[in-house]
Design a protein around this ligand. Structure first.
Ligand code: AMP
Length: 610
C-alpha cells in the first residue's frame, strides 16, 4: 500500500503526488502529517527548506477543508513572492484531482485587482506575503471569520524581514479557535515568542538537530588573501565544470561587479539583487531555472525564497553579516534528499567567523585547497572528454557535411583528431592557467599580510593615485568595512574597485578613493543623512590640524538642498544609501522582496544596498 495512503491521505491526492514523484513521505511529512490530520493541535515544525515542508502542511490542509464552501478556511503566510507562488502552485498540484479547490496567491509587486477578483470569486486557501495581505484586509476585501488554519511558513525569515507587526495584525483578523502551524528553519527567541503568544501548547517537531543545517550539505572553506578572492573563486568554478551554483554577496554592488566580471570572463552568470524590477527578477530566475545560467550571484535578501532544486554549490563569496543567514544560504543546496556543498572564501581574519558558524550549525567545516592551475586543466580536460563521449549526434543533419569533413581531416590519424577536438576548449584553460600561482595561504593568525586589509594589495595611507578621505561615521554606527564600502559606493555611484583601504574607527572612518573619483564622493554625499546625522566628508588631515593644504579641506557635506543629480539613474534613493533630508521615508506595503532591517532597526521595503 502506498505509504501516503497509510498516513491517511486520500486517493486523489496520493495519485497527484505520485505523478510528482513522491514515492514515500520525507521525514517531516512522516512525522507531521499524522499530527496535523487530527486538526486538534497547534504545531511548531523546525525544518529547513527543501525538506518537504509544503506537503507536510499542504496534504493535511487538503484533508481538513470543506471544498463545497467557497470562503477562506486556510491562510498560509510566507516571506517572499517566490515562495508564495511556489506554495500556491504546490497546493494546486496536490489538489489536482479534487474538485472545486480554489487557491489564491496574494503577494506584492503584482496587480492587486486580479488578486481581489480571485478572492471575490471564492477561495478556500489563501497563500500570502504579509504586506499585501494587510493591504487587502485594509480594503475589507476578505473575510477571515471562517479560517480554521493559519500556517506561518519560514517564520524566522518573516521576522528577519520585519514582518512581526504585520503578522500580529493579520492574525488578529482570524478567529481565536483556529489552529496555527508554524514552520521555521531556525528557532531564534523572536520565533519562540510568537509560538508562545499565539499558540496553545503546540506540538513541537524537529527534523534534524535544532539549528543544524541539512546533513547532506558539506561545508568547506578556502583560506586565501582577500585580493585573490575572485581568482580563487574562478579556479573553484573551473574545477567544477558542472557546477550549478548560487554565489552570495553582501551588497548589490558586489553582486553586479562579480556578475559583470564573470560575464566578461565567459561564464553564464547574472546577478539578482534588490534593485531589479519584478520583471527583471523573474527573467533572471527563469534563466537560472532553465539552466541558461550556471551561476546566480545574489544578495541574501534577493535570494530569499529561491526554490530551485539541484543547486550543486552555494558559494559564500562574502560571509554573511548575521550567522543565521549562513543556514539560509546553505539551505539552497541539498534539497529533496540530494547532496550539496556550501563553500566559503575567507581570509585569516574571517576564520573566527567560520568557527562561530561551526558552533551554530553543529558541524565542522573542511578546509580545502584552492586547486592549482594544473588540477583545473585536468578537470576541464576530462570534462571535455566526457562531453565528447556523451554528445548526441544527429546523424541525419550531419550526414550531408560528412564527406567534406572527412576530406578535410583525412590526413590526420584518429589520435590526432581526438587531440585536436579536446584541445579546442582545453587550450583556453591551458593558456589561462599557465604560470598560475598557488593561492592558498596557511592560517598564521594575525599574519602581516592579512591584518592590513589592503584591497588589491595597495599600500597604506597616501597610496599613489588615491586620496584619503575622512567620514564622520564609524563602527559605533554599526558599520563593518563591507557596509562602509557599500555605503560609499552607493552614494557616490562608483565601483568598489575605486576604493582603497578603509580604516574604520569608532566614530569616524578614513578611506582611500582613486583621485579621479574623489569629486563624485563629495557630490554623492551632499545632503545625505544617516540616522538623523548629516554625513560629513573631508580630505584627511585637512581642517583637522594635520595640514595638507588645497581646497578640499573644508567639509563638503554641508549642503542641505538634497540636489539629486540626474546622471545617477535614481538607483540609490533610500535604503542603505542614507537618506536625504528632503525625502520622507516611504513604507511601501505592497512590496515584499526587498525588506531588511536597517541599522536603526526599521524595516525598509524600498531600495536597499541588498
Ligand atoms: P519543500 O521543502 O516543500 O520546498 O520541498 C522541496 C522539494 O522536495 C520540492 O521540489 C518537492 O516537490 C519535493 N518533495 C517534497 N516531498 C517529497 C517526497 N515525499 N518525495 C519526493 N520529493 C518530495
Amino acid at each position: 500500500m502506498n505509504p501516503f495512503l497509510e498516513l491517511g491521505i486520500r486517493h486523489e491526492v496520493v495519485n497527484a503526488i505520485s505523478e510528482l514523484g513522491f514515492e514515500k513521505p520525507s521525514p517531516i511529512q512522516e512525522k507531521a502529517i499524522p499530527v496535523l490530520l487530527t486538526g486538534n493541535d497547534d504545531f511548531v515544525g523546525l525544518a529547513q527548506t527543501g525538506t518537504g515542508k509544503t506537503a507536510a502542511f499542504g496534504l493535511p490542509l487538503l484533508e481538513q477543508l470543506d471544498f463545497s464552501q467557497k470562503h477562506p478556511q486556510a491562510l498560509v503566510l510566507c516571506p517572499t513572492r517566490e515562495l508564495c507562488l511556489q506554495i500556491a502552485k504546490d497546493l494546486q498540484n496536490f489538489a489536482k484531482y479534487i474538485d472545486n479547490v480554489h487557491v489564491v496567491a496574494v503577494y506584492g509587486g503584482a496587480n492587486i485587482s486580479d488578486q481581489l477578483r480571485q478572492i471575490r470569486r471564492g477561495v478556500q486557501i489563501v497563500v500570502a506575503t504579509p504586506g499585501r495581505m494587510l493591504d487587502i484586509i485594509g480594503r475589507n476585501a476578505i473575510d477571515f471569520s471562517n479560517v480554521k488554519y493559519v500556517v506561518l511558513d519560514e517564520a524566522d525569515e518573516m521576522l528577519n524581514m520585519g514582518f512581526q507587526e504585520d503578522i500580529n495584525n493579520i492574525l488578529s483578523e482570524t478567529p481565536d479557535e483556529k489552529k496555527t502551524w508554524l514552520f521555521s528553519a531556525t528557532m531564534p527567541r523572536e520565533v519562540r515568542r510568537i509560538a508562545q503568544k499565539y499558540m496553545n501548547d503546540p506540538f513541537e517537531l524537529t527534523v534534524g538537530t535544532k539549528n543544524t543545517g541539512n546533513a547532506n550539505i558539506e561545508h568547506h572553506y578556502y583560506l586565501i588573501k582577500a585580493k585573490d578572492k575572485y581568482a580563487a573563486f574562478k579556479r573553484i568554478v573551473d574545477s567544477n565544470p558542472d557546477i550549478f551554483g548560487i554565489v552570495f554577496c553582501r551588497t548589490k554592488i558586489e553582486t553586479q561587479d562579480i556578475a559583470e566580471a564573470l560575464i566578461k570572463d565567459g561564464y553564464n552568470a547574472d546577478s539578482l539583487h534588490g534593485d531589479l524590477s519584478q520583471q527583471q527578477r523573474d527573467k533572471v530566475m527563469k534563466r537560472y531555472r532553465d539552466r541558461s545560467l550556471q551561476l546566480l550571484i545574489a544578495t541574501d535578501v534577493a535570494a530569499r525564497g529561491i526554490d530551485v532544486n539541484d543547486v550543486t554549490h552555494v558559494i559564500n563569496f562574502s560571509l554573511p553579516d548575521e550567522v543565521e543567514n549562513y543556514t539560509h544560504r546553505s539551505g539552497r543546496t541539498a534539497r529533496a534528499g540530494k547532496t550539496g556543498i556550501s563553500l566559503s572564501l575567507v581570509n585569516v581574519k574571517e576564520l573566527s567567523k567560520i568557527r562561530h558558524i561551526e558552533k551554530i550549525i553543529g558541524k565542522p567545516f573542511e578546509k580545502k585547497q584552492v586547486p592549482q592551475g594544473a588540477e583545473v586543466c585536468e578537470k576541464q580536460l576530462f570534462s571535455i572528454v566526457k562531453k565528447i563521449e556523451n554528445v548526441e549526434v544527429n546523424d541525419e543533419q550531419i550526414a550531408p557535411f560528412l564527406p567534406a569533413i572527412m576530406e578535410n581531416l583525412e590526413s590526420l590519424s584518429k589520435e590526432d583528431i581526438i587531440k585536436r577536438f579536446a584541445s579546442l576548449e582545453f587550450n583556453r584553460f591551458l593558456d589561462y592557467y599557465k604560470n598560475a600561482p598557488d593561492l592558498n595561504i596557511e592560517a598564521r593568525e594575525g599574519s602581516r599580510e592579512d591584518r592590513g586589509d589592503r584591497r588589491d594589495g595597495r599600500s597604506r595611507e597616501g597610496s599613489k593615485g588615491y586620496t584619503r578621505l575622512f567620514m564622520n561615521l564609524g563602527s559605533v554606527d554599526e558599520f563593518t568595512r563591507g557596509d562602509m564600502l557599500g555605503f560609499i559606493c552607493n552614494n557616490a555611484n562608483i565601483s568598489g574597485k575605486s576604493i582603497g583601504k578603509i580604516d574604520l574607527k569608532g566614530v569616524f572612518t578614513f578611506f582611500e578613493v582613486q583621485d579621479a573619483e574623489v569629486e563624485k564622493v563629495f557630490q554623492g554625499f551632499q545632503g545625505v543623512d544617516y540616522n538623523g546625522r548629516q554625513v560629513r566628508i573631508e580630505v584627511s588631515g585637512e581642517g583637522r590640524g594635520e595640514g595638507r593644504g588645497g581646497d578640499r579641506g573644508r567639509s563638503r557635506g554641508a549642503r542641505r538642498d538634497g540636489g539629486y543629480r540626474s546622471d545617477r539613474g535614481g538607483r540609490r534613493d533610500g535604503g542603505f544609501s542614507g537618506e536625504r533630508r528632503d525625502r520622507g521615508e516611504r513604507r511601501d506595503r505592497g512590496g515584499n522582496g526587498g525588506g531588511f532591517r536597517d541599522f536603526s532597526g526599521r524595516r525598509k521595503e524600498s531600495k536597499s544596498k541588498y
